[in-house]
Design a protein around this ligand. Structure first.
Ligand SMILES: Cc1cc2nc3c(=O)[nH]c(=O)nc-3n(C[C@H](O)[C@H](O)[C@H](O)COP(=O)(O)OP(=O)(O)OC[C@H]3O[C@@H](n4cnc5c(N)ncnc54)[C@H](O)[C@@H]3O)c2cc1C
Length: 752
């Protein structure tokens, strides 16, 4: 052993130490945040399916269920999304009171501090349901329960801080927000110039050691109404009042917004979404050191704290909103396609409509599967940073495609705004989800694989830690162990990938999962191909891989697909292998396999070391990318899932808000049920080439009762396809009265 270490490992260790790219503290802290879970299994190239399948599903307690069916439904009933967005530009005061009173802001705060103590899954379910009623309300409820003062205090706060602030946050006496982003520091938040200088000052009449803060933040959600601002800034100690270092690093503190020097700005209007969002500033704001979250000991540890908190929160909030958006699109678009007729038949009969409809249905299936699997991990106390990144990116990205598809299928009905348009606001909100909590391009190109390769790889982090060890002898010892284990792993992966790829995965490991067994085999095959390609890329590119963003993004896509498809398989098992849902599962698999094969082909074609590129192609894709995606049969079957009132449709779109209102959704549902129930009657008339129900009754083709049901269905459809129009003076103050409008136009015509 020592011979190997001293003769072979040592020169490799010395060379690698020299070429290992430097890593800033913030980069290291971001990489080390959270933990790994199923992503690590996927990275081994040989995932243990029994481990995935035996993982308990996320469930709700009786109390959580009662909250969803009680206060959440009541809140939804108070929300009129059209009025919220276009008239009030805010939630109504009674809704604000209600969310505070019912402790919606304290869902994740433990009961001992007056909160509801809900699990991540319950939090996700609440956000999901509210978002299908009003996005502004969902974001308002979501933000205090994700990254911000509440979560940071629970994880890092001192006992006194927790006792002082958490009860106030739980019952809404304090409204929190979190300020990280500033004009110059967006995606690269660590480059902020907001500062806190350690100095003495007077606070509440006493002279204490504290921080003098200056900042400019923007885009801050709940900022305009917040009473407690969680602020990230860089702390400096020029007079060495707490130690020898001058630059202490990113720090997070609590700033009551009534303090002198705090300016809460006006409101931003993000993509016409009216949740509270805006800039704020601080000019020489003085706080004592014990307003730092975690106290003085946490000076300079802010980035690590933020990254740790983000590792969990990113897996809940936006994925829940997105999964809900896709399910909502599936339910409404399927119903609309079924009831809307053109060229004498329902548009759902056209293959051109089936194609996007199937995509929406499969996305709804996929996203909710992944949301549930991720929540199960979070419920068990994991903080899977890589999986959270995958979820944030793919949930929002796929929701964007699903909503685009839904808009296209609805045509003018969803384009014309008004209270009867149930999709327009969701469509407008899409860029918000894409941009926040790590903008998607950055997350795809830099984070998913960049962080995944180091965190989820079985040996890489150990090797890097050994190389960076200040104690050279200890580092060499640890490196020797990790490096040779890595080499052994690489050879195993090479032969595994070769065998599985050349045999098309036919003999790859899989549990006995009935019709889905073959899918597991393919995922085992792709996982080994991915592990091999990733290893070779890391070996040949080393630290330079960080700058090869396009390559990194492709690896990230494969890892993401492996995770999302595992989640779909897990859902299929958990729901008792529902035969009717198989089309959705098959769609997800075929679409996912196509992406994986294409990305592997692109990786081989673009690997900078051409020999390695060719070698990888020979091993993992000897016959090229061969999967073409969902077949027309699968597309057709998948679209049918949302075109019939059925248990499959209910499973796919479960637990959305179903408040009866004027927004047209209840009318759509009613028309859908009536049309589906009268299809047989319509068919008989069609076969007899009759259009007039009265004549069909006379000829005995249908009964009077059936004619009445048909009339009711037609009437319901007519109401659904209605769109809104507005008096000109209701849209623009230029026109004061309708009479003036005609005069205005006539004068204009006369002038021209
Ligand atoms: C509605 C809304 C609410 C928000 N709420 C909050 C909040 O409550 N608190 C808070 O602190 N912040 C908040 N933010 C800020 C949000 O997190 C930032 O907008 C986000 O981090 C991106 O920063 P930016 O908008 O300045 O984009 P930029 O950083 O300017 O990025 C522009 C583009 O460049 C891409 N990019 C950047 N770097 C790279 C890279 N290395 N590789 C590839 N692509 C890259 C990005 O992905 C993006 O597409 C909010 C933003 C919005 C719009």
């Amino acid at each position: 052993m020592s011979f190997r270490r001293d003769t072979i490992t040592k020169p490799i260790f010395s060379w690698a130490r020299g070429v290992l790219p430097p890593m800033s503290d913030t980069e290291r802290e971001a990489l080390e945040a959270g933990d790994v879970w199923w992503d690590a299994d996927l990275f081994t190239g040989n995932p243990d399916w029994t481990k995935l399948l035996s993982n308990p599903p996320a469930t709700l307690t009786e109390e959580e269920k009662a909250f969803l069916n009680g206060p959440v439904d009541e809140l939804c009933a108070m929300l009129d999304d059209w009025k919220i967005n276009w008239e009030w530009r805010d939630l109504p005061p009674e809704a604000w009171d209600y969310v505070k009173r019912q402790k919606f802001f304290g869902m994740i705060i433990p009961k001992e501090f007056g909160g509801l103590g809900f699990s991540p899954y319950a939090h996700s379910e609440v956000v999901r349901k509210i978002s299908t009623r009003s996005l502004a309300a969902a974001v308002t409820v979501m933000v205090p329960n994700s990254l911000g003062p509440g979560e940071l205090l629970m994880r890092f706060g001192t006992k006194e801080q927790q006792e002082r602030w958490l009860p106030r946050l739980a019952d809404g006496r304090d409204i929190p927000c979190f300020g990280l982003t500033s004009p110059e520091a967006g995606s690269d938040a660590a480059s902020m110039i907001d500062s806190g200088i350690i100095c003495k000052g007077t606070f509440e009449g006493n002279e204490v050691l504290g921080l003098k803060l200056n900042w400019h933040k923007r885009y801050i959600t709940l900022g305009p109404v917040a009473t407690l601002l969680g602020l990230a800034f860089k702390a400096y100690d020029p007079d060495h009042l707490v130690g020898s270092e001058e630059e202490l690093g990113i720090t997070v503190a609590l700033i009551p917004t009534h303090l002198p020097g705090v300016s809460i700005g006006h409101r931003h209007l993000p993509a016409m979404q009216v949740f509270q969002n805006g800039p704020n500033w601080g000019k020489d704001v003085f706080i004592p050191l014990d307003y730092i979250i975690g106290g003085k000991e946490r000076l300079g540890q802010g980035w690590k704290m933020l990254m740790t908190a983000l590792a969990a929160g990113r897996g809940i909030s936006l994925p829940s909103l997105s999964a809900a958006g896709a399910a909502f699109a599936a339910r409404t678009t399927g119903a609309y396609a079924r009831i809307r007729e053109q060229f004498g038949i329902s548009i759902s009969k056209f293959e051109g409509i089936e194609e996007p409809l199937a995509r929406i249905a499969a996305t709804a299936y996929q996203l909710d599967a992944a949301r549930r699997l991720t929540c199960a991990a979070l419920n068990q106390g994991h903080h899977p940073a890589v999986i959270s990144g995958i979820m944030k990116l793919h949930a929002t990205e796929r929701m964007r495609i699903a909503i685009d598809d839904a808009m296209d299928i609805h045509g003018g009905k969803a384009v014309i705004d008004g209270p009867q348009n149930y999709l327009g606001n969701l469509y407008r909100s899409v860029p918000v989800g894409i941009t926040v909590e790590g903008a998607n391009i950055l997350t795809r190109n830099l984070i998913v694989f960049g962080q995944g390769a180091i965190r989820a790889h079985p040996y890489l982090l150990d090797e890097m830690n050994a190389l960076r060890d200040d104690d050279r002898a200890r580092g060499l010892e640890a490196f020797d162990k990790a490096f040779w284990a890595h080499v052994g792993h690489s050879f195993t992966t090479l032969f595994r990938a070769l065998g599985r790829s050349w045999s098309f995965g036919l003999f790859a490991p899989a549990p006995d999962a009935g019709d889905a067994t073959g899918f597991y085999r393919q995922l085992s095959r792709y996982s080994s191909a991915f592990a091999l390609c990733a290893d070779m890329a890391l070996l040949t590119l080393g630290g330079a891989l960080k700058r090869k963003e396009m390559l990194s993004a492709r690896f990230g896509d494969v890892l993401s697909e492996l995770y999302l498809l595992s989640a779909a398989l897990k859902r299929w098992e958990e729901e008792g292998r529902q035969k009717e849902d198989f089309a959705a599962l098959e769609y997800c698999m075929q679409a996912g396999f196509r992406t994986i094969e294409n990305r592997l082909a692109e990786i081989c074609a673009n690997m900078p070391n051409r020999f390695v590129g060719w070698l990888l192609k020979f091993v993992v894709q000897p016959f090229g990318a061969r999967v073409v995606g969902p077949s027309d049969r699968v597309v057709h079957q998948c679209a049918q899932l949302v075109l019939e009132p059925s248990a499959a449709r209910e499973r796919l779109t479960a637990d959305l808000s179903h408040v009866d209102d004027d927004g047209g959704r209840a009318r759509l549902e009613e028309a859908f049920v009536l049309v589906a129930a009268t299809e047989d009657i319509a068919k008989r008339m069609h076969a007899a080439r009759l259009h007039d129900p009265a004549e069909a009754v006379k000829k005995g083709i249908i009964t009077q009762g059936e004619a009445d049901r048909l009339a009711a269905a037609h009437e319901a459809v007519a109401k659904v396809i209605e769109v809104d129009d507005f008096a000109p003076e209701a849209l623009s103050p230029i026109y004061k009265k309708s009479a003036d409008v005609h005069q205005f136009f006539q004068e204009r015509v006369a002038r021209s």
